[in-house]
Write a protein that binds this ligand. Structure first.
Ligand SMILES: Nc1nc2c(ncn2[C@@H]2O[C@H](COP(=O)(O)OP(=O)(O)OP(=O)(O)O)[C@@H](O)[C@H]2O)c(=O)[nH]1
Length: 587
């Protein structure tokens, strides 16, 4: 305890606080020092007074006894002064020594106190650290104990819950088992009841069935007898009809063959005279269309001013040549731009016409391009007699000449003559042909054809279809079915759906194009019979309107009378401009 107080004191003094005893001791020492100084001052003062009194007494004595005493006194006073001064100096030295000793003692004390305080501070720090450490350890132990307690509590809780769950599960299982057993018992009872009812029902039905069967057999025997009699009558009738039809078919086929032979001879005679370049053949083929337009243009514009009347006349001429209003207006606008109110020649008009036609047709000039897919499925559609079979045959020949494996499918299952005609083309082009029974489903035949073409690794499968007028809805529906069947086997097919248009039908070709495009998804056009009509201009009108690719044109019946379409050549030939144009490459 005494040690503690000591330490505390040292620590407080370090902080500038002094103990009461220290303060009292210091004050006593200070008072003693002051007292000493006062005493010393008093002693000096008393000495001075004594000296002055002594001097005064001596001066009085001297005054009484003579003059020499003054000198004597002065010497004595000086000696006393000296002694006093020496005494004072001695005292000063002692006081200084004492003060120095006190200062040193104070310093020693201060040093001791500082050391004590430092020691105390160090001990205090160590103590506090030890206390903090002990506190931390206590807290850690407490936390650990709490953790253990909580874990044990959680474990106990989990065990209790598991026990509860287990009990609940066992209870549930017991209840489920009871329910199952109850249901099984009920089901068993129901099944037994159902079996009983079913047995009764079966017995009833068997009885009714046996009765019905007996009735049916009796009825059937009667019907069979009646049918056999009717069949005999029908068979005799059909046989007679078949005979009659066969005779008629033969007669028509003979007539057709004779007519074809005559036509072919005539065409070959014409062709013999017109063999030559591509442009020559095209010009020859389009002769009728060309001369109608070209001659009329020449008639109107032999050195004539291009005034309103002339423009109107020209428009009428172009419209009546099947070019359509749009094309006619384009031509007259082009001409009027530079030549209005000036003289124009017929050749200038023909050149403007050729320019406009070429502009419209050039973007549509696209030969059939086969892709890598095998077989390439090519569907030929169009109205009756438009030239589908002939055009198909001409193209088949081209592909065979190129070494391709070609199969032709006779999709026109209505007409026996159509199959015969296609067979002739297949022979000419040396291609395989697949055909079905007369009246068979066209879509079914197409399905078989695709299967076979795939199996035989055919390059190009060309499907001919029956001709159909665009206003015959049921026939157009049949065509959509054919397209659907093709797509089922190959969603990318038909790879080419070619609309064959007969140029001689004139403006009707426009509505044909629209309906076949919407029904079968036409991908390109071939216009036939441009050699036999003055209505070739319709190709320009329908191209201006529908913008479908034009693959080729037919300018005769012979196998070689199919030309890849060339817009400039066609434009030059149709307008009557005889230019030296380079023929396009053939497929
Ligand atoms: N002058 C000429 N006649 C052609 C041309 N193309 C086809 N023909 C003839 O037109 C007629 C009909 O041709 P087809 O090929 O039988 O026509 P189709 O479209 O198959 O006829 P259907 O099967 O009845 O629909 C035949 O006499 C062909 O020789 C052609 O470019 N010029």
């Amino acid at each position: 305890m005494a040690d503690d107080n000591k330490k505390k004191r040292g620590f407080l003094s370090k902080l500038g606080f002094k103990s009461k005893e220290e303060k009292l001791a210091e004050e006593a020492a200070e008072r003693a020092a002051q007292q000493q100084l006062v005493d010393e001052a008093m002693a000096a003062r008393m000495a001075a007074i004594n000296a002055a009194a002594l001097k005064s007494a001596r001066e009085q004595d001297a005054a009484k006894s003579g003059v020499d005493i003054a000198a004597e006194d002065e010497a004595r006073i000086a000696a006393e002064e000296k002694l006093r001064a020496e005494e004072q100096a001695r005292k000063d030295v002692e006081a200084a020594k004492r003060l120095a000793a006190e200062k040193r003692a104070k310093e020693i004390e201060a040093k001791r106190l500082a050391e004590e305080e430092a020691a105390f501070a160090a001990e205090e720090k160590a103590r506090l650290e030890a206390e903090a450490k002990a506190e931390a350890e206590r807290k850690a132990r407490a936390a650990e104990a709490e953790k253990v307690r909580l874990a044990q509590a959680a474990k106990r809780k989990a065990e209790e819950e598991a026990a509860l769950a287990k009990a609940a599960k066992e209870q549930g299982e017991r209840e489920a088992q009871a329910l199952r057993e109850k249901q099984e018992a009920e089901a068993k009872a129901r099944a037994e009841e159902d079996a009983r009812i079913a047995a009764e029902q079966a017995e009833r039905e068997a009885r009714e069935k046996a009765e019905a069967e007996a009735a049916r057999l009796a009825e059937r025997d009667a019907a069979r007898k009646k049918a056999a009699e009717a069949a005999a009558v029908e068979a005799a009738k059909l046989e007679a009809e078949r005979e009659a039809k066969l005779t008629e078919d033969r007669r028509i086929a003979d007539e057709l063959a004779a007519q074809k032979a005559a036509e072919q001879a005539a065409i070959e005679a014409t062709a013999a005279n017109s063999e030559g370049g591509f442009l020559d053949r095209m010009s020859t083929g389009l002769k009728k269309s060309t001369s109608r337009m070209s001659d009329s243009v020449s008639a109107i514009f032999t050195k004539r001013k291009l005034d309103d009347a002339a423009i109107e006349e020209l428009e009428d001429l172009l419209i009546s040549s099947d070019l359509g209003v749009g094309v006619a207006t384009k031509v007259t606008t082009l001409l009027a731009k530079d030549k209005f109110d000036k003289e124009v020649t017929d050749m200038e008009v023909k050149i403007a016409l050729a320019d406009v036609i070429s502009d419209i047709l050039t973007p549509l000039e696209k030969p059939i391009v086969l892709t890598e897919t095998k077989p390439q499925i090519m569907l030929f559609v169009g109205v009756n007699g438009s030239g589908k079979t002939t055009t198909l045959g001409k193209i088949a020949k081209r592909y065979r000449d190129q070494g391709k494996k070609v199969m032709i499918a006779a999709g026109d299952t209505f007409r026996a003559a159509a199959v015969e005609q296609l067979t002739v083309w297949a022979e000419r082009s040396d291609a395989e042909i697949i055909s079905g029974k007369l009246g068979a489903d066209a879509a079914g035949l197409v399905y078989d054809a695709i299967e076979q073409a795939k199996a035989k690794d055919v390059d190009v499968l060309m499907i001919d279809t029956a001709g159909r007028l665009q206003n015959r809805t049921e026939l157009m529906d049949e065509l959509s079915k054919v397209v659907r069947v093709i797509k089922k086997q190959d969603p990318s097919a038909p790879h080419h759906c070619i609309l064959v248009l007969d140029a001689t039908v004139g403006q009707n070709a426009l509505s044909q194009t629209e309906v076949f495009r919407d029904t079968a998804g036409v991908t390109g056009l071939i216009m036939t019979k441009l050699d036999g009509t003055a209505k070739g201009g319709v190709l320009v009108a329908l191209s201006d309107k529908y913008k479908l690719p034009i693959h080729a044109i037919g300018i005769g019946e012979r196998i070689e009378d199919l030309e890849n379409f060339s817009a400039p050549v066609f434009a030059a030939a149709l307008s009557g401009v005889a230019d030296a144009l380079t023929p396009p490459a053939q497929n």
